[in-house]
Design a protein around this ligand. Structure first.
Ligand code: GLA
Length: 402
């Protein structure tokens, strides 16, 4: 049976605050289909927004306090609007505070509010629950006090219609909102993530992948039609980008670009890399090889998708995983096992780790007819080989947050 997350978040809100919330916003999680760690190297990524959401219900309050409840944590987090500080006892609320902090920096006014957060984006599974919380926060704040972000600052706030509905965000507003949410994560949570997660949550499109060029920030929908399905297999080993490995990998990519005399690895191709091997440390060379290969695969992958050539696309996914495992070293034995098990199944066209790595989940491109058998096969084999449980999740592409 389909869950009604809207009613669930309203119930949660009522339980905590005793009345119905006037505003509910939601943002989807995302899957990185191809193009691993290419976003902050100004490369290309193919991504999907999927039907796992974070819901954010809110109502204003007038005493200058903010109080947030979450269905995933027992304690509410309460803080003054003027005191936005990280709380190690409630790290989940840092994503909300980080967004508020960025809004304040840009001169967007906000007052106190009560909020309840609830959703189905698994945490630590590489599906960007953090970006979904950030985007849902930014959208909720827009509903509480309309604002419009522009490249240079703030535009004229949008006016609600008679029914109280705001006009949809323009693509430029979406992009600025994505950047604001990324800054929240960079400066407040101290993860130097790229823009992939926030752009995907805002620009995703049902029945499509989105092709994002992180140099021009152009976003193009690419149809994903055919007898295929996307299934996510969670290793059950949580990844946390706050752990520091992510920032380290980013630093290796940046130092490789510097040693090669270019702004970012986007400017590098395989030949240039091989010719300049001596200028790089082993680690820089391996990281750069991964990124250069991933950008190339994303370019050709987009072409394969447009041609409906899913077999070719799947091969790029396998190659991407091998490069993560051997060059970038952001895979883990559990992720490698899931890819190996997937590859052995006849319905599997491609499989790879998705997102930051170091745990989390794999994304699998399947022939639709074999989905149920694939899910059983992976669950049983993963249990047998690792002693851990996984419940492969069928994911549908959805439109981005609005
Ligand atoms: C995480 C980051 C993204 C991106 C991916 C890897 O999800 O938040 O910006 O770098 O890892 O592609």
């Amino acid at each position: 049976m389909q869950r009604d997350l809207n009613s669930e978040v309203v119930t949660l809100f009522k339980r905590h605050f005793g009345h119905a919330p006037p505003h509910v916003a939601r943002a989807p999680g995302r899957l990185e289909l191809l193009g691993n760690h290419t976003d902050y190297n100004q490369g290309l990524v193919l991504a999907l927004a999927v039907d796992k959401f974070v819901y954010f219900a809110a109502s204003p309050r007038s005493d200058g306090w903010i109080e947030i409840a979450s269905s995933a944590f027992p304690e509410r987090e309460k803080f003054a609007t003027l005191k936005l500080e990280r709380n190690p006892a409630a790290p989940w609320a840092d994503y909300v505070k980080g967004v508020l902090n960025e809004l304040r920096k840009r001169g967007v006014p906000f007052g106190g509010f009560n909020a309840a957060i609830h959703g189905t984006v698994p945490m630590g599974a590489g599906m960007s629950s953090s970006a979904a919380i950030e985007v849902a926060t930014a959208l909720t704040m827009r509903r509480l006090r309309p604002y419009s972000l522009t490249t240079t600052g703030l535009g004229t706030p949008p006016q609600p219609d008679r029914g109280g509905n705001l006009p949809p965000l323009t693509p430029q507003e979406k992009l600025e909102m994505a950047k604001l949410c990324q800054s929240a994560e960079n400066s407040f949570v101290a993860v130097q993530c790229g823009l992939l997660d926030q752009i995907s949550s805002l620009f995703g499109k049902a029945h499509h992948a989105i092709e994002i060029d992180f140099q021009s920030l152009a976003v193009e929908p690419v149809p994903m039609l055919g007898e295929i399905a996307i299934v996510v297999c969670n290793t059950g080993v949580k990844h946390s980008l706050v752990g520091g490995e992510y920032n380290e990998l980013r630093a290796h990519c940046e130092s490789a670009a510097k040693a090669l005399g270019v702004k970012t690895l986007r400017a590098v191709d395989g030949r240039m890399l091989a010719a300049n091997r001596g200028r790089l440390s082993d680690c820089e060379y391996a990281c750069a090889s991964h990124v250069v290969g991933e950008i190339r695969r994303a370019v050709y992958g987009a072409r394969a998708l447009r041609d409906g050539d899913f077999e070719q696309f799947g091969q790029f996914m396998f190659q991407s995983h091998e490069s993560s495992r051997d060059n970038f070293k952001n895979s883990t034995p559990a992720l490698d096992l899931l890819v190996e098990l997937a590859r052995a199944h006849p319905a599997c066209l491609g499989a790879r780790l998705t997102g930051g790595g170091f745990g989390g989940a794999t994304i699998n491109l399947l022939r639709r007819a074999g989905v149920e058998d694939f899910r059983r096969h992976i669950a049983a084999q993963y249990r047998e080989r690792s002693g851990r449980e996984t419940e492969p999740m069928l994911c549908q592409t959805v439109d981005g947050a609005q």
